[in-house]
Design a protein around this ligand. Structure first.
Ligand SMILES: [Zn+2]
Length: 159
């Protein structure tokens, strides 16, 4: 890929939920051309997010990953098993992917961070996590814990 004006000028890749009340460009004050914005239901770090992040970092020179989740998320409280059963019933087969519903939005930001740390193809040394309050418009940064020299969390909560 050619180094061109397609390279994000702020060297940031944002992984955000697709919620209609969330405008990552506006929330972070980015202009067009300054950051990659990657979105899906929940802002989940899926296989395809890892693919896009590897390309963003290796081919488009981004250096930081910002995770953007929010209050009142539709994925909060989604019953994963019930949803899979529903899809299996209507579609005849169980989907190959997992829905990734969650209970605690802050914990979900940390879980997403750990998925980045665990991926050998993504540089997770500079990751920030945020929760946006869709009612007040407040943006809160979530502590992701201290890290060792390799960027790995010094204290891991294993599940
Ligand atoms: Zn959401």
């Amino acid at each position: 890929m050619a180094k061109s004006n397609a390279v994000p000028r702020k060297s940031v890749a944002v992984v955000a939920c697709m919620d209609v009340r969330l405008d990552p460009m506006k929330i972070f004050g980015f202009d067009l051309g300054e950051a990659h914005i990657m979105r899906n239901a929940g802002g989940v770090v899926t296989e395809d997010m890892l693919r896009s992040l590897a390309i963003s970092q290796r081919k488009m020179d981004t250096e930081e990953i910002w995770l953007l989740h929010h209050t009142d998320c539709g994925m909060s409280g989604l019953d994963n098993e019930a949803f899979l059963a529903e899809l299996e019933e209507t579609g005849g087969v169980r989907p190959a992917w997992y829905p990734h519903g969650f209970r605690d939005v802050e914990q979900d930001v940390r879980d997403s961070y750990h998925k980045l740390v665990d991926d050998p193809h993504v540089d997770a040394r500079r990751v920030r996590g945020f929760v946006f309050d869709v009612h007040t418009g407040e943006l809160r940064e979530i502590g992701l814990g201290s890290r060792d020299a390799h960027g790995h969390p010094a204290e891991r909560v294993l599940d």
